[in-house]
Ligand binder design. Structure first.
Ligand code: XLS
Ligand code: MG
Length: 344
């Protein structure tokens, strides 16, 4: 049976256009506006950072956090929208300047773990068992500042605390090799899955692949997806695109390399991603030049491209391809793919 895909994005994907060299170019919209837009444009779920769900979470009491989160859950229910995941935003606070779980300060590491446990409370209320961990500042600007082996131990200790706090929660690690750090400790899916093996319950530690992050690591996103699916560990997916190894661009899916996008979709189709309820998420941002009236186009265009590529994957002439492969005629296999993508 072909997969019927479900789609989602996060409130941060309707961003205002700021970059390190200039301010916003679009007026901010509030959460209710974003939720309505998500619903109107036909998406199924929303992704949340903990402070997307409960703004200013650090300044609020446990009771207040729970109250606000329940109000959010009701809003989502009223719109028929699911929460795909919750992710602790551990890279904004003054207490995570030197990293979160791998900070050199014991007090700051404690803060990071406590905040992650609160994030699990939110996931409960929002009825998702998926915690996404983008390990933004778990790395260094200079390697002499930390010790890699100790950092792995500290990451495992933090994951173990989360896994034992809640026996049902699953952790999905989102690797990225750099930015904001010079070098991150978990740059690829191989690293994420290796660390999972050291935890008290490796079955509940998987991963999330973001196309751009794989490209930033010099890897092929389709192969990263295939690798994770081989281990049955791909529990979420951030499709987007990226022009080479520079700053994280979060371009629309297929924007830079259509063939790579096709190969990502082909692997998803072949391995059955989505058949156990996993979502296709677009972690894309509008261009800085985008006008407010075109504000959701980067998301809708990504989904449009994805669905067109699903058709391309399903109509690819596998028999003919297999013949060329058997004949080691990769020259014509290459052309066959190009002509298939170009269409009639
Ligand atoms: C940043 C990440 C981030 C995560 C969510 O590069 O892609 O947006 O997906 O924490
Ligand atoms: Mg992402």
């Amino acid at each position: 049976m072909p997969t019927t895909y479900k789609f989602c994005f996060g409130p941060w994907n309707i961003s205002e256009g700021q970059d390190p060299y200039g301010p916003t170019t679009r007026p901010a919209q509030n959460f209710d506006w974003k939720l309505k837009a998500l619903k109107k444009h036909g998406y199924d779920a929303m992704m949340f950072h903990d402070d997307d769900a409960v703004p200013d979470i650090d300044g609020k009491s446990d009771a207040q956090i729970r109250k606000e989160c329940k109000e959010l859950k009701k809003k989502l229910d009223d719109h028929g929208i699911a929460a795909e995941m919750v992710a602790p935003r551990l890279w904004f606070s003054p207490r995570t300047i030197d990293g979160a779980y791998t900070s050199n300060s014991a007090a700051d590491r404690h803060y990071a773990i406590e905040r992650s446990l609160r994030c699990i409370d939110l996931a409960h209320i929002l009825d998702t068992d998926l915690i996404v961990l983008w390990l933004a500042r778990e790395g260094t600007y200079l390697r002499e500042a930390k010790n890699a082996s100790r950092s792995v131990d500290l990451l495992v200790q933090a994951f173990d605390k989360m896994l034992s706090y809640d026996k049902k929660i699953r952790l999905s690690i989102e690797p990225k090799p750099n930015e904001p750090m010079d070098h991150a400790y978990v740059p690829t899916i191989g690293h994420a899955l290796a660390i999972a093996q050291l935890t008290i319950d490796s079955k509940r530690v998987g991963c999330l692949i973001e196309s751009a992050h794989a490209i930033l690591a010099g890897l092929d996103p389709a192969d990263e997806i295939d690798f994770a699916m081989t281990f049955k560990k791909l529990w979420s997916l951030h499709l987007n695109d990226q022009n080479g190894m520079k700053f994280d661009q979060d371009k629309p899916f297929g924007s830079t390399n259509l063939r790579s996008a096709f190969n990502q979709v082909r692997v998803l189709e072949r391995t059955g991603y989505g058949k156990h309820g996993e979502y296709v998420c677009f972690d894309v941002h509008p261009f800085r030049t985008t006008r407010p009236e075109h504000w959701l186009n980067h998301l809708d265009n990504s989904r449009k491209t994805f669905l067109k590529l699903v058709k391309k994957a399903r109509t690819f002439n596998d028999k003919a391809a297999q013949k060329l492969i058997a004949d080691r005629n990769y020259q014509d296999l290459d052309q066959m793919v190009i002509e298939h993508l170009l269409g009639k």
